[in-house]
Ligand binder design. Structure first.
Ligand code: MG
Length: 237
């Protein structure tokens, strides 16, 4: 059921890659996401979660996570936009995020997006039965910091399943060889949030939108995965 939920989430991102362009609003993205999820007869997991108003978190440029969709926020050429979504199928959750380019973006912004994804893959290369959770955290941190980037501390990955957020928290920084041992059948959402500058964040007065304190660009890449036959299987591609 999580595989089925995850497939729809992955399909939404494929569609967004075509949909996102200069001139659309962050609300347009939210509506597109919601209509695809509902059409697939699933439930948007974020809508109403903790009072969040949208089906997608849409975070532009220095916004790290939890951006509230707005019809007044118009994307322009050169922006980067992170979209985080979740689906529920028969009570089981998927959760994933991607960062998209809006039209032509700077070389530095492109590298940030690509390297954030790269740091995710550096982490899940170690997501095998018998490894420690800290092995994943450490590998993500090491890869991201090798580029001089900041690894966001205030928000982390998590277990997932019958709830959106389950134990344990999965930081994108930490020590190898520490933490719980990974076991067959465990399901996680692993989600590096990486900034071009400092890792410090603050939350705007709307109580949701998280931004980098120094205003530097941030990117987000996330998939839900299961440890199956000892190896990671990504459910949200
Ligand atoms: Mg998540």
């Amino acid at each position: 059921m999580m595989r089925t939920a995850g497939k729809v989430t992955g399909d939404v991102f494929k569609s967004l890659a075509e949909f996102i362009k200069p001139g659309i609003s962050t609300m347009d993205i939210d509506q597109h996401v919601e209509s695809m999820i509902v059409k697939a007869q699933m439930i948007p997991a974020f809508k109403g979660y903790g009072g969040f108003p949208g089906s997608a978190c849409v975070s532009v440029n220095e916004e790290v996570v939890h951006g509230i969709p707005s019809k007044d926020r118009i994307l322009k050429e050169g922006d980067i936009v992170s979209v985080d979504i979740g689906t529920i199928y028969k009570g089981y959750y998927s959760d994933a995020a991607r960062t998209f380019a809006v039209g032509n973006i700077s070389k530095e912004a492109r590298e940030l997006i690509d390297r954030t994804e790269e740091s995710f893959y550096a982490g899940i290369a170690l997501a095998r039965a018998g490894a420690r959770l800290g092995d994943i955290s450490h590998a993500i941190q090491e890869k991201a910091e090798s580029y001089g980037y900041g690894v966001i501390r205030d928000f982390v990955g998590h277990g997932i399943g019958r709830n959106l957020h389950e134990e344990p928290p999965i930081p994108n920084y930490g020590k190898a060889g520490k933490g719980p041992r990974l076991q067959e059948g465990m399901v996680f959402a692993i989600e590096p949030m990486i900034s071009m500058g400092s890792f410090e964040t603050e939350t705007l007065l709307n109580d949701w939108t998280v931004v980098t304190v120094d205003g530097s660009l941030a990117a987000h890449y996330e998939n839900t995965l299961v440890i199956r036959d000892g190896e990671p299987e990504l459910l949200t591609l």
